[in-house]
Design a protein around this ligand. Sequence first.
Ligand SMILES: Nc1ncnc2c1ncn2[C@@H]1O[C@H](COP(=O)(O)OP(=O)(O)OP(=O)(O)O)[C@@H](O)[C@H]1O
Ligand SMILES: [Mg+2]
Length: 179
Amino acid sequence: MPGVGARNLPNILVTGTPGTGKSTLCQQLAEAHGLQWIEVGRLAKESGCLEEYDEEYQCPVLNEDKILDIMEDMLSEGGKIVDYHGCDFFPERWFDIVFVLRTDNTLLHDRLTNRGYTGKKLEDNIQCEIFQTILEEARESYKEEIVHELPSNSPEEMESNVDRIGLWLLNWKQDNGVL
Ligand SMILES: Nc1ncnc2c1ncn2[C@@H]1O[C@H](COP(=O)(O)OP(=O)(O)OP(=O)(O)O)[C@@H](O)[C@H]1O
Ligand SMILES: [Mg+2]
């Protein structure tokens, strides 16, 4: 089966603008289904993949080649749920499905303000959501049929996303003879 290779569990990518709820969703999915959650930002920090600080964007620069090397063995096993606010530098073959979380601008603004984001950093992130930057990045980087947009405005929507991805996982296991 193309893209699946020898994996006996699928890999899921959860992406979206900062603050849309990726980590909250991934943590719940990991707990519910025994998937291993890879928070790329944290892994990068822990494994020395963050380089000089970008003053303009107020964040450190990720060494993409280095983090991809570290992730390759993990992803080839399958059963991973990858959480990152970008998606165009991962190999396409890693993922069986890609979810892009979306949040209404005013709600996202409140979430990011609560987190202490201000000025350019706050504005850039809100614009990223308004212009659907990550959704377009995902559509350009993966097959259209595996990219799904998920609303993430409320706890109820989060719960429904957990259920929906849980069902997808069950179907995948049935289709691949894992159950
Ligand atoms: N569906 C939701 N409804 C209401 N609040 C949410 C929802 N999803 C996340 N939140 C809240 O929004 C904040 C940001 O969530 P979270 O840290 O999961 O986002 P993230 O996408 O992982 O951000 P980052 O890219 O910066 O890591 C948290 O306070 C979380 O509790
Ligand atoms: Mg996060």
